[in-house]
Write a protein that binds this ligand. Structure first.
Ligand SMILES: Cc1cc2nc3c(=O)[nH]c(=O)nc-3n(C[C@H](O)[C@H](O)[C@H](O)COP(=O)(O)O)c2cc1C
Length: 319
């Protein structure tokens, strides 16, 4: 396990993943207070000044977590693509806003690793291929978030088993597994494979505190993984969405394939109201408050660990 000062403060080894139009101050503050890293994309705040206000509000609520406990970190997702005109001002807000973890996406994190490290911020980069993982590791990140097949929103295509083993083979920093994790058994499985943390997006759409409209949350709860479709129509990058939503989309929105070439931050921001979700809709059966969801994941993780230990003892007795 790649240890940091903040991993010791987690109740379970998990990050509530950043989600466009879903993660706001309420979801993030509740996640941090419940004991998982609470993350949101900086572009969910309408401006860098609003981002500063959101961080102040989240930190105020994190400071009031129960006595004797320290809240888990808040993480901000920064899109590092060259078309992000807010990157410099959002970075300044992050540096002054008590943020302990930054998660970069869509591009090389190289330009921001230095200032973030100088301020003691952990830098994770989300990556969908070994090529991108190497680019991030060369840039000096502390960890990689592996986007695997079935992840909600911008997705990867790699198999989770193969990708985690491959990343672990070449990197002893922090490895975070994203895609298809909806319960405690999935979190334990990620750890068994060699990941340090699991990254859960879709499961947190169906929380009371998420910014998702009620019909979208209900769609996530009702859907099975057969109802998830991969499309490049949203941002130009491959993304997983509810097929129910995709049927209502103008095909003229069509984008490119498989590279960052068709992506721009303006395009991302013009596509608000997308019902993104991944294969873990199959494990999402109800809307819960964030604190209850984290407590449930904790219970499931303990039960999965006990089942694994019982199976291991039976194996030893049979040998
Ligand atoms: C609705 C939605 C919006 C997302 N928006 C972002 C985003 O703005 N930035 C980002 O880095 N990842 C985004 N993602 C990806 C998640 O951070 C995460 O990688 C993914 O949800 C993990 O897979 P899971 O949904 O199977 O748990 C989004 C995912 C969803 C479902």
């Amino acid at each position: 396990m790649a240890l940091t000062e903040w991993t010791d403060r987690l109740r379970i080894p998990a990050i509530a993943a950043p989600m466009t139009d879903v993660s706001g101050p309420d979801l993030v503050a509740e996640a941090c207070c419940a004991g998982v890293v609470g993350a949101f994309p900086s572009h969910n705040a309408a401006s860098s000044s609003e981002l500063e206000r959101w961080l102040a509000e989240i930190n105020e609520r994190r400071a009031h977590v129960g006595t004797g406990t320290q809240a888990a970190p808040v993480a901000v997702n920064l899109v590092v693509h060259p078309t992000n005109s807010r990157l410099d001002s959002d970075l300044r807000a992050v540096l002054s806003g008590g943020v302990e973890v930054v998660i970069t996406s869509v591009g090389s994190p190289r330009s921001i690793v230095g200032p973030l490290h100088d301020a003691g911020v952990t830098v994770l980069a989300d990556v969908a291929s070994i090529h991108h993982a190497r680019r991030a590791i060369d840039a000096g990140v502390d960890g990689v978030v592996l986007l695997t097949a079935g992840a909600g929103g911008q997705t990867g295509w790699a198999n989770a088993f193969a990708f985690t083993r491959a990343a672990r083979d070449e990197f002893d920093g922090m490895v975070v597994l994203a895609g298809g994790v909806s319960d405690g058994a999935g979190i334990l499985a990620a750890r068994v494979l060699g990941a340090d943390l699991a990254y859960l997006g879709t499961r947190f759409i169906a929380t009371t505190e998420s910014l998702a409209p009620a019909a979208y949350r209900a769609g996530v709860v009702a859907a099975s993984l057969d109802d998830v479709a991969t499309t490049t129509q949203v941002t130009g990058l491959a993304a997983n969405v509810l097929s129910e939503w995709l049927r209502g989309v103008d095909p003229a929105m069509g984008g490119g394939h498989d590279s960052e070439a068709g992506f721009s931050v303006d395009r991302l921001l013009s596509q608000r109201g997308v019902w993104a979700a991944g294969h873990s809709v199959s494990g999402t059966d109800r809307v819960l408050p964030v604190a209850e969801l984290v407590a449930l994941l904790d219970r499931e993780l303990r039960e999965a660990r006990s089942r694994l230990l019982a199976a291991a003892f039976t194996q030893v007795e049979n040998d």
